[in-house]
Write a protein of this length. Structure first.
Lengths: 224, 224
DNA sequence: TACACTAAACGTACGTTGTACGTACGGTGT
DNA sequence: ACACCGTACGTACAACGTACGTTTAGTGTA
């Protein structure tokens, strides 16, 4: 892995080091700051050396997305009631989103066809299957939960950006809004500005799970 | 608005024409193809002339997002039951997403603090209020529905990208997956590959709405 | 030990990007 | 007739992604 040159020791470049450096750069300075040149500089390497291990920038971004998804740990205990299993699966995604707040947007935006991306899908389908839903319904349930998880994350960063960008009037940023046109927004502005992502996330997730419980399915539930 | 020069007629540049051109360009060639130079060429104008009306590229993208949201028509009939009102509000967003399939990603990714972005929020809060939910719950409901709408759209384009990018084995693209590791994915591959975005969307929306109906609220419903 | 082969790092170069800055010009008010 | 000013234009620069050819260090074979 290491090779002597002159009297220094040079660590060989490899794909993993590149992807890791890219991830760290994104977390540190945001996705816009990422460029092949920056990554190369970070690794103290010539720009074009990266292309021996990565097909291009787009491929690098895909790799970052995949690496993040691969780090998602899914604790699935088949003994638990299926509602709990579904809940913890969605929360597992939520967890990585919290660990990589800036890079996770890539996961939401890009396709991830690698096994790392398929694994959560497999788990979701397995849970729905165990719960007694037929195949087609299982797929739809998986899609609905996935949509919610994606959207909640994205909505949250959008909201966070808004709160950062307009600290003009810290007390009531909606104050300049016409109360006649936006009465509810003005009235509820403190609730709108409040920031409790976990509770918000759980609220929506509870809605979906409880709706799933009310859905007809073949087996009664076999909770253990 | 028009000014004679030599014997031609020159239409003055303005912000609306720029934003419209950018939108059309994105719809035609994708968001990656958009550059200030391309937009300028589209309008037969020098690049820097754009900067008299738009602060920069980022501002232009924001403007595109806002323009799209502004085109969202929200038919809200207070006589309808609140579940129907909520449904049609979410569908209104879905509609613009269908009309601007490529640009709408900008709306999901960028903050929209302009009134066009607030208006749907106001409607959602109004509906939840009329339904009898308290303020804090209304905000959470709005956030959950928004998250789902965003996520469903984004998940759909991701899925579409995957289906486009791997027409390698048209019959069973998941065929090379290990059936031992991904049994459900392999078994349900035809359902996974099927494409009925509207039905999928409605399925998840029904889940949320029905869960909302089961939620406790002060007024019984006053359907009219 | 000598030599050929290979993989990986490198340097150069080209086209494209966003935009800062200075210039030219046409319409309007005096 | 002249000054003013908003708008369009052209030039210029730094940073970008990456195609392509060259160098170098390691590994096999003689």
């Amino acid at each position: 892995m290491t090779v002597g040159r002159q009297d220094e020791v040079r660590v060989l470049l490899n794909r993993d080091r590149i992807v890791r450096a890219a991830t760290e750069l994104i977390e540190r300075e945001g996705a816009d700051a990422l460029s092949m040149r920056r990554v190369a500089a970070e690794l103290d390497v010539a720009v074009m050396s990266l292309y021996n291990h990565v097909a291009g920038k787009a491929a690098l971004l895909d790799a970052v997305a995949e690496r993040i998804l691969a780090g998602m740990i899914i604790p699935d205990d088949p003994e638990l009631p299926w509602t709990e299993r579904a809940r913890s699966l969605v929360w597992a995604f939520r967890k990585v989103a919290h660990d990589y707040p800036r890079s996770v947007t890539l996961v939401l935006t890009r396709k991830v066809d690698a096994p790392s991306g398929i694994r959560p899908v497999e788990h979701a389908l397995a849970i729905a299957d165990d719960a007694g839903f037929d195949g087609e319904t299982s797929v739809r349930i998986m899609r609905a939960l996935l949509a919610y998880a994606i959207g909640a994350q994205l909505r949250e960063v959008s909201a966070a950006k808004m709160l950062d960008y307009l600290p003009a009037d810290r007390e009531n940023p909606f104050g300049l809004l016409d109360p006649a046109e936006f009465p509810h927004v003005v009235a509820l502005q403190q609730a709108l500005l409040s920031h409790d992502p976990e509770t918000d996330f759980e609220f929506g997730l509870d809605l979906l799970i409880s709706a799933l419980e009310a859905l007809p399915r073949s087996e009664p539930g076999r909770t253990s």
